[in-house]
Design a protein around this ligand. Structure first.
Ligand code: NDP
Ligand code: 2IT
Length: 451
């Protein structure tokens, strides 16, 4: 293979920007990874000459399609759907589906890119993908959501399959939506197969999948603290979001003896100085998944709590922080306020919730900072186990899956420490996750030659 001229990091990023105009989230995610990968590949000529990073940062394919559906008032509505298949070097494309009005091709490309590294870190054979639509499920009836999901799957089904691409849930896609989409796939193909994960227990879902991302983010936090001879017990935590990931993160923090002070949604955050205990978490789960209400309603139910409209929870003083809502929900100024307030560890349940400036603040302050691609990998890891159970046509019990999840998160933490340890006991978890995730994918790509 010919030795190519190495482009430097700045030139590489300029190229990414030029090739992806109007896609800031995608450029941001590639930038964050490229900084560490450039350092790692340094003089390793094989990665340069095979253009590995350039190839991982160019999705294998992006499928975009029209999704028509009829609302309850008989209006015909038109949405856009996508599936980004980023890389399948180490396994079938794997990653969630997001339904949210903010979904764009840029958002899904960043998520599919991140997913490639995250899935590699789990050690399971899964490539990276992501899909979704700008459909807004808020305020829609069950029947409308069903018709939308069926229409979405009527196009998506031809691009996916249990050995090709296995989607799952993400923002706006939970058990209800997975049920509608799986039902439509089965109906069109006449095949019952593990084509989606996050399914209901009655039809091939895995124990622990609903809990896995939030619990996993807390296990990652626990591992970071343990590495510094510390623990969750007795500490306070600020958490954003109030969906699947946030409520399960809150549950595990509480179980480990921590006190959760905040949760949020896109309208604002609630602050409960008495702590959001298990009864309150159960009430929120019901509010969000059954009543489909707003987090502000918490203050009508529980006295002593306050609602802060249009604000994010990062100004509340606490020991631990878990951003579990969405991308770029924590900026440089907020990160600085957190560090000044004494936050000692951050574990990201969401994908890329911290801006590049925020990451730099955490890094410079040398606090424990677990990036999403490592800290929230428990969800997709249990999805991988759901795929294995479906392929074998068996179901493992909750205890077994619970143990597998804790082991997987410990393994991911170890890999981050291996590649991210620095002087004075500090661990750069971003660097560790990026390099460990990259290496496996890159070496598989080298084995395939130029494909
Ligand atoms: P849910 O739809 O269950 O919950 C999303 C939560 O985030 C809601 O509280 C929502 O508030 C809030 N939110 C969404 N968009 C915004 C926004 N633009 N600004 C402020 N708040 C917002 O999704 P999940 O809990 O599944 O996902 C949360 C995060 O975790 C995402 O980043 C997702 O990619 C990531 N993740 C999820 C995994 C999973 O297994 N589900 C796995 C790994 C990562 P509102 O109700 O107002 O919309
Ligand atoms: O971001 C993620 O890792 C997810 N939304 C879960 C993906 C999956 O395939 O379970």
């Amino acid at each position: 293979m010919a030795v190519t001229d190495h482009v430097d990091l700045d030139t590489f990023i300029e190229g990414v920007k030029r090739r992806n105009p109007g896609q800031p989230e995608f450029v941001q995610a590639v930038h964050e990874v490229a900084q560490d990968i450039y350092e790692f590949i340094g003089d390793k000529e094989q990665y340069h000459s095979a253009q590995i990073l350039r190839r991982i940062a160019e999705p294998d394919r992006v499928v975009s399609f029209r999704v028509c559906w009829e609302d309850d008032n008989h209006n015909i509505r038109v949405q856009r759907g996508w599936r980004v298949q980023n890389n399948n070097a180490i396994g079938p494309y794997k990653g969630g589906i997001r339904f949210h009005p903010s979904v764009t091709e840029s958002v899904l490309k960043f998520l599919a890119f991140e997913q490639t590294f995250k899935n590699s870190l789990t050690g399971l054979p899964m490539g990276g993908g992501k899909g979704g639509s700008n459909f807004n499920p808020k305020g829609k009836s069950d029947a409308e959501v069903m018709r939308f999901c069926q229409s979405f799957m009527t196009e998506l089904y031809r691009h996916i399959g249990p050995d090709t691409d296995v989607p799952a849930g993400d923002i706006g896609v939970g058990g209800r939506e997975i049920g509608y989409m799986f039902g439509q796939y089965k109906r069109i193909t006449n095949r019952w197969e593990g084509v989606l994960t996050g399914k209901g227990i009655e039809y091939g879902g895995s124990q622990m999948r609903p809990e896995a991302t939030g619990y996993g983010a807390v296990y990652f936090l626990q591992n970071m603290l343990k590495h510094q001879d510390d623990a969750v017990d007795g500490k306070t935590a600020i958490i954003s979001g109030s969906g699947n990931v946030a409520t399960h993160a809150a549950e595990k923090i509480t179980q480990l003896g921590g006190k959760v002070l905040t949760l949020s949604d896109s309208g604002g955050f609630i602050h409960d100085p008495d702590g959001i205990d298990q009864d309150k978490i159960d009430w929120i789960k019901h509010l969000k998944t059954v009543k489909r209400g707003r987090i502000s309603e918490y203050c009508d139910e529980f006295s002593g709590a306050s609602y802060h409209e249009g604000e994010r929870p990062w100004s509340v003083k606490a020991d631990l922080a878990l951003p579990c809502a969405t991308q770029n929900e924590l900026d440089g100024d907020e990160a600085k306020a957190m560090v000044d307030n004494g936050v000692m560890a951050v574990s990201e349940g969401a994908n890329m919730p911290t801006t590049l400036e925020g990451v730099k603040v955490f890094h410079d302050a040398k606090i424990m900072y677990g990036p999403g691609k490592a800290a929230n990998a428990g969800g997709v890891a249990v999805s991988g186990l759901e795929m294995s159970q479906n392929a074998e046509r068996i179901s493992w019990d909750q205890e077994r899956l619970g143990n597998m999840l804790t082991d997987l998160m410990e393994g991911i933490h170890e890999k981050c420490v291996e590649y991210g340890k620095a002087d004075g006991g500090y661990v750069d978890y971003v660097k560790g996750a990026n390099i460990a995730g990259f290496k496996k994918v890159a070496d598989a790509m080298l084995a395939y030659g130029v494909v």
